[in-house]
Ligand binder design. Sequence first.
Ligand SMILES: CSC[C@H]1O[C@H](OP(=O)(O)O)[C@H](O)[C@@H]1O
Ligand SMILES: Nc1ncnc2[nH]cnc12
Length: 287
Amino acid sequence: MTRRLGIVGGSGVYGIDGLQGGRWEEIETPWGAPSDAVLRGEVAGIDVVFLPRHGRGHVHAPGDLPYRANIAAMKMSGVTDLVSISAVGSFREEMAPGDVVIVDQFIDRTRDRPASFFGAGCVAHVSLARPVCPRLAGIAAAAAEAPGARVHRSGTYLAMEGPQFSTRAESRLYRDWGADVIGMTNMPEARLAREAEICYASIAMVTDYDAWHPGHDAVDVAAVLAVLKANGSRAQAAADALPARLGPAGPCPHGCDRALDHAVMTAPDRRDPALVGRLRSVAGRVL
Ligand SMILES: CSC[C@H]1O[C@H](OP(=O)(O)O)[C@H](O)[C@@H]1O
Ligand SMILES: Nc1ncnc2[nH]cnc12
């Protein structure tokens, strides 16, 4: 299988500086419209598909994002490997603002967000024990290190509903649970990428110490934006360094591209044809 890289840009990342021949393309999916048009182009001669998660100009809140349409748009664009670039708060002294954490686990505290492509009429259960592709995470770490960022190669991301930041009590609780960083968007994105059999990795850019830290002011958007601005060129450099590291065609050694092999439970003659029709956009391989 030919590999194709997708990048979802989070807060502060609304384009890719190094993209050549970029053109914005509207995509309609059976799951609705994605956050924005996708930007297709080449970095170092390699195809890249970019989507600004919140839309250009940051118009979508984390709880209202069209997560299913975004992942479907990537799948329909031929993306096999998807890297998220996200702003996060930190629960660890050693994960300081300006650092990068390559997320490898999640605690999902979101609610009221459609979190699966499947459902009544076609039920499926994929494994999320390892929600991030280790091969792609290694590539993401190397790309993030290229511009000189301090990179932590493992971390648990707590996905909160938002849009308000956490209370101090919540922040302390999440820290006690073993979470390392906090954000509002990587779930259900990672779940949906797995269902769509896309390798997923997350470059989390630490912008603040969230609310638990006695020595730091409570997080606010101004502080987040100031750190994002200071590190914006590093995020761009990481995005530029990703495609060349993607590697040759071939199956995912960790099986992300076969996640649905034994996942669909509903008997073929009991499936809802309308849902199956929509599912073909992301799970056509097994339907
Ligand atoms: C601007 S701070 C809060 C906002 O930033 C993060 O978004 P993303 O993951 O897309 O970079 C966080 O999850 C919130 O949505
Ligand atoms: N402290 C924080 N909580 C949630 N999302 C964030 N994004 C950046 N910083 C954050």
